[in-house]
Design a binder for this molecule. Structure first.
Ligand SMILES: O=C(O)CCC(=O)C(=O)O
Ligand SMILES: [Fe+2]
Length: 187
């Protein structure tokens, strides 16, 4: 099922929800992939708030440079599934490992200047369910929260980043979560 909410670019836009799309049960066997990534990935610990890893083309993210890294076959399959669903083939997958409910990501917008024309950011969630919260840049009081169950696919167009910040807030009691963020980067 796809929940797609389209904002109308008018004066009341801040009252509209962000035009993300969220598809539940996109990825089968989310638990298996979670365990495989958790155990087999060489996690980068340069960041304080969470562990990360990058596959595919080199990528600069959050002031950290990730070297090019071969995309393993099982991630190439996920990239193909995303191409089927969203119409672009990602060439980078950045993983975020939130070890517990204290791991978080503060409000930010993703840089879109290096994304291929017509593509945005796709996020597959694995492990413990967390919420993503969108906050309107025009009216900070406007916030919209969406639960991200394991196996779900969230898509944000590049344009959403102009009008909205997003965050993964701390959540007491949450367990381990891995998010897989996919981009088609133009070198
Ligand atoms: O972990 C998530 O679902 C959000 C990731 C994110 O916003 C990012 O990597 O920029
Ligand atoms: Fe982000």
């Amino acid at each position: 099922m796809v929940d797609s909410l389209h904002s109308h670019h008018n004066a009341h836009e801040s009252m509209q929800a962000p035009s993300i799309s969220l598809k539940h049960d996109f990825l089968p066997k989310a638990d298996t992939l979670f365990m495989q990534l958790k155990n087999e990935v060489v996690w980068d610990e340069r960041m304080r708030a969470r562990k990360t890893a990058s596959f595919g083309v080199a990528y600069d993210y959050s002031q950290i440079r990730y070297a090019p890294n071969t995309m393993p076959g099982f991630l190439q399959i996920v990239c193909k599934a995303i191409e089927n669903e969203l119409g672009f083939l990602p060439n980078n997958c950045l993983l975020n490992f939130y070890t517990d409910g204290n791991s978080s990501m503060g409000f930010h917008s993703d840089f879109t200047g290096d994304l291929a024309e017509g593509s945005g950011v796709a996020i597959i969630s694995l492990g413990s369910q967390r919420q993503i919260v969108y906050r309107s840049k025009a009216d900070k009081s406007q916030e919209f929260a969406y639960p991200l169950p394991p196996g779900s696919l969230l898509y944000m167009s590049a344009a959403i980043q102009d009008d909205w910040l997003h965050a993964i807030p701390k959540e007491a009691g949450a367990g381990e979560r891995i998010s897989m963020t996919f981009r088609k980067i133009v070198p």
